[in-house]
Design a binder for this molecule. Structure first.
Ligand code: NAD
Length: 461
């Protein structure tokens, strides 16, 4: 079943959501807890209610990271001073294979945030059926204040501190916030210097094309956002919009994910009315030319100030009158304080963890659909997987091949989530008087797969 039988489903859906509202109103008045581990545990616990036969010991195992590395190291700066840096690499789970996940450079990154992001990677890989577990890395630094040479020395030293934790069959980093193809090339080179005599290319993905990177990887996460949205719309959940053409989209963040998503949606006829970066946002009621915005950002370092646009704040962008809101920057952007003001009918989570649990409940009550991060932004890790495969066999596939393979996986994951959600809506699965939202359903599927595989392997010894 790919489309909803609306006459049948919506009366049931509306009555169940109405029944749930009183309970939600009470919960929303609580103080919001933004601790990333508390949020990931709340999301897990909420999904675990719907997972059949999940053993108690497994719940504890799946909620905790497998391994947390915290490293401190000194680096000589360009002005001859010495600065100390702290970095994290967290492995959450390796039931399906080597752990996989990006490394972010950000002054505010914490080990708690990295733990929560590592868990997210486990669920994401399981949801799109990749033979990887979840990991994540973070380095506390402000990359905008560092020279290229400093960044290279910091990256090399960080990689060497992780030494044998990383490996093509063990733990495989990728780009994330404020890391890019160049960062991945330095990680590869450092690892290769320390492990000579092997084909070390698959130790990291998101590399430059000349270094064994994959065509389509740079665009993968943004393209995946488009594919997930198109598949969702084709199911007629928003009857007036069964395709992105003509829809007004506001995109927060204009980096690897946001800029590519803006261009991908624009090329399919969506009207990109606003984009932003860390310095602020721009708005045009008639729509932005995304290529023009890209050129302006490359020249000036920000989107703010482009001709014929109105400058807005990131907060104003989130609350714009639009059809699609696509957060593609930091976590916790949609929270209890602004969820009631969101006017989009669809939130497409390009970023990881952009919506808090309390905001999720408010949006669900208001009938705003949220397509969750582990589904929507899984295009990146999917093409990273194809890069890893290509590196093992020393091949390089073309852009269309990797993009089409990724599109099929994202569509399959969206279908799996949607079909399971329908099973709750029509009462084929027990709802506990609470129809789970798409995030919860996606997590249910992922947790079931990881839990099942854990038991199928047989717990060692
Ligand atoms: P990036 O560093 O390339 O871009 C980040 C963008 O966010 C930049 O435009 C930056 O200016 C903007 N930004 C930073 N602080 C901001 C703020 N306070 N308000 C508004 N905008 C701000 O990073 P990216 O790779 O595009 O990642 C963006 C998000 O997508 C992150 O949450 C990341 O975890 C997630 N993600 C990335 C990938 C990937 O393949 N790169 C895959 C999956 C998920």
């Amino acid at each position: 079943m790919t489309t909803v039988d609306r006459d049948f489903i919506f009366p049931i859906l509306l009555s169940m959501i109405a029944a749930m509202n009183n309970e939600l109103n009470e919960q929303d008045s609580d103080e919001e807890n933004l601790d990333p581990i508390a949020i990931s545990e709340e999301q897990f616990d909420h999904a675990a209610i719907y997972v059949k036969g999940l053993k108690r010991g497994l719940i504890e195992f799946l909620k905790k990271p497998k391994r947390v590395n915290i490293v401190n190291f000194p680096v000589e700066m360009d002005d001859d001073s010495v600065q100390s840096f702290e970095g994290y690499r967290v492995v959450h789970n390796r039931v399906f294979g080597p752990s996989k996940g990006g490394i972010r450079y950000h002054p505010d990154v914490t080990v708690e945030e990295v733990i929560s992001l590592a868990k997210l990677m486990t669920w994401k890989c399981a949801l799109v059926n990749l033979p990887f577990g979840g990991a994540k890395g973070g380095l506390v630094c402000d990359s905008k204040r560092l020279s290229e040479r400093e960044l290279r020395r910091i990256t090399r030293r960080f990689t060497s501190e992780l030494f044998d934790e990383l490996g093509p069959h063990q733990d495989i980093p990728a780009p994330d916030l404020y890391t890019n193809e160049q960062t991945m090339a330095w990680i590869f080179d450092t690892y290769d210097m320390l492990h000579p005599g092997f084909n070390n290319r698959p130790v990291v993905t998101g590399k430059p094309i000349e270094m064994g990177g994959s065509y389509g990887r740079h665009e993968a996460t943004g393209n995946g956002c488009l594919f997930a949205t198109q598949r969702f719309l084709s199911k007629a959940m928003i009857p007036e919009h069964q395709d992105v053409a003509g829809m007004r989209a506001a995109i927060q963040g204009f980096g690897d994910v946001g800029a590519v998503a803006a261009s991908a949606f624009h090329h399919q006829g969506a009207n990109i009315i606003a984009v932003s970066d860390s310095k602020g946002g721009i708005y045009s009621a008639t729509g932005l030319d995304t290529e023009e915005v890209g050129r302006f950002k490359a020249e000036r370092g920000t989107v703010v100030g482009m001709a014929d646009t109105m400058t807005i704040t990131n907060q104003e962008l989130l609350e714009l009158e639009c059809d699609i809101l696509l957060p593609a920057a930091l976590g916790n952007q949609i929270h209890a304080g602004n969820a009631s003001n969101i006017k989009a009918s669809l939130v497409v989570e390009g970023a990881n963890n952009p919506t808090t649990p309390m905001a999720d409940r408010i949006l669900q009550r208001r009938g705003i659909h949220v397509l969750p991060d582990i589904l929507v932004n899984a295009g990146g890790v999917t093409v990273s997987y194809y890069e890893w495969v290509q590196n093992q066999i020393n091949e390089q596939w073309d852009y269309d091949t990797t993009t089409e393979k990724m599109r099929i996986k994202i569509h399959a994951a969206m279908d799996a989530v949607f079909n399971r959600w329908q099973a709750f809506v029509v009462g084929e699965e027990p709802t506990q008087n609470h129809i789970p939202d798409f995030r919860t359903v996606a997590l249910v599927i992922a947790i079931e797969r990881v839990a099942h595989a854990t038991l199928m392997r047989g717990i060692w010894p």
